[in-house]
Ligand binder design. Structure first.
Ligand code: ADP
Length: 402
């Protein structure tokens, strides 16, 4: 029996949504509410080729959610709110508590709020989203899908930082990793496309978008990932620096009297592709500037690729070899140039890409004699969220389906 599932991704001033029919995975509609809290907030709803957009005041997330539900009915996408069978919420941090997606209960919600100390910008707004939709759709089971939970299989050698032990034991400072929903989704789809069980593969997934992270997957489990205690670490990103010498921060605090908030802005919003190029955080803009002769833009692209290559190298060591290198995310799915720069001169690993397949964004872009497969797979976090709502929120006894 088909169910209608809503996937929600609540940000500090935005709310992304997708309504899907499951288990088919058909998208009924999707959209975005931006600039929540302002008088010129923007509501966008897309259904197939139809698109509705309006600018209006939207005071808070509750008003945004109510507007969304109202529009679903007025645009006749659903007959009534009762037609929504379940809701999945993307939640940034599940700490060490949530090793899988979880049915929302009062206890689970309290734990998500407690974990806000690890993700102060994200978990409170995710929790608020859960409360709002629970109130508006009391009949619909809600499931939280965490960015961190896929990485809860990391062993201590991958998640412990070499700091005094109490920082882990008392404050929970460790590598958590993020983008887990995406790494999990693309690795499972890869195994399906190859017709090989994921448990038999050594895979490195590269989720390259505005935020970027890599994941080493062995036997279907995440064994290492480049983001850490926060989504700031690892490879270089659009506006985030990724890993830098940690002592730069206390040095700057002293030298320029920068506050923790200023340092955070520096690392999160002013660095990466934008910081080096001075042009943009958007990969396409930086490519264009590099082609027009901007040397700093060219250096930004080189650094971006080199830091990813260094991470791939260390993961190949950890995996004891490599069967598939996989690209996803806006850059990974679309930029043949980024993939070529990352995969250059890797013949010693038995990895070689076919430039024609690469330029066509084919699903497999390795050359005929490459031992390692190189995949390009579009991520779909909303579908993964909806699947988890079906798996965890909506009981499907086998007998009832026959
Ligand atoms: P987010 O992390 O915000 O979800 P996305 O996964 O949408 O980001 O990725 C955004 C990035 O993808 C931007 O840097 C953008 O320039 C890049 N991108 C999108 N399309 C292309 C393309 N055709 N060629 C190169 N880069 C692209």
């Amino acid at each position: 029996m088909s169910r209608t599932i809503m996937a929600i991704n609540a940000g500090s001033s935005s709310l992304k949504f997708q309504l899907l029919t499951m288990p088919e995975g058909t998208v009924l509609c999707q959209g975005l509410i931006e600039r929540i809290g302002l008088t010129d907030a923007i509501f966008t709803l897309k259904q197939g080729d139809n698109k509705w957009q309006e600018t209006r005041p939207i005071g808070d997330h509750k008003a945004a959610a109510n507007l969304l539900l109202e529009k679903l009915i007025s645009h006749r996408i659903i007959p009534s709110l009762a037609a929504i069978d379940g809701v999945g919420h993307r939640v940034a941090h599940g700490g060490e508590t949530f090793k899988d997606s979880a049915l929302i209960t009062d206890e689970a919600l309290a734990e998500i709020e407690r974990l806000a100390e690890l993700a102060p910008l994200h978990n409170p707004v995710n929790a608020a989203g859960i409360r709002i939709f629970r109130q508006a759709l009391p009949h619909a089971p809600a499931v939280a899908v965490f960015d961190t939970s896929f990485h809860q299989t990391l062993e201590p050698n991958a998640y412990v930082y070499p700091l005094p032990w109490r920082y882990y034991a008392e404050l929970g400072i460790r590598r958590y990793g993020f983008h887990g929903t995406s790494h999990k989704y693309v690795s499972h789809l890869l195994a399906e496309k190859l017709g090989v069980p994921l448990s038999a593969l050594r895979v490195i997934t590269c989720h390259l978008g505005n935020g970027s992270s890599l994941c080493a997957i062995k036997g279907g489990h995440s064994v290492n990932t480049s983001m850490g205690f926060t989504p700031q670490s690892g490879v270089m990103m659009g506006t985030r620096s990724g890993d830098i010498d940690p002592s730069i921060l206390p040095w700057l605090a002293q030298k320029e009297s920068q506050t923790p908030a200023q340092l955070n802005t520096l690392l999160n919003n002013e660095s990466g592709l934008l910081g080096i190029s001075g042009v943009s955080n958007d990969y396409r803009d930086v490519e264009k500037a590099a082609d027009e002769g901007n040397d700093r833009a060219a250096l930004a692209l080189t650094l971006f690729a080199e830091r990813i290559r260094a991470t791939i190298g260390s993961y190949v060591m950890q995996l004891g070899g490599l069967d598939v290198l996989l690209f996803t995310g806006g850059i990974g799915e679309n930029s043949a140039r980024a993939r070529a720069a990352i995969c250059r001169d890797l013949h010693f690993l038995g990895l070689d890409i076919d430039s024609d397949k690469n330029s066509r964004n084919a699903t497999f872009i390795q050359s005929d004699y490459s031992m390692v497969k190189v995949a390009v797979i579009n991520t779909n976090e909303e579908l993964m969220i909806a699947r988890d709502v079906m798996r965890i929120g909506i009981a499907q006894p086998v007998e009832a389906e026959v």
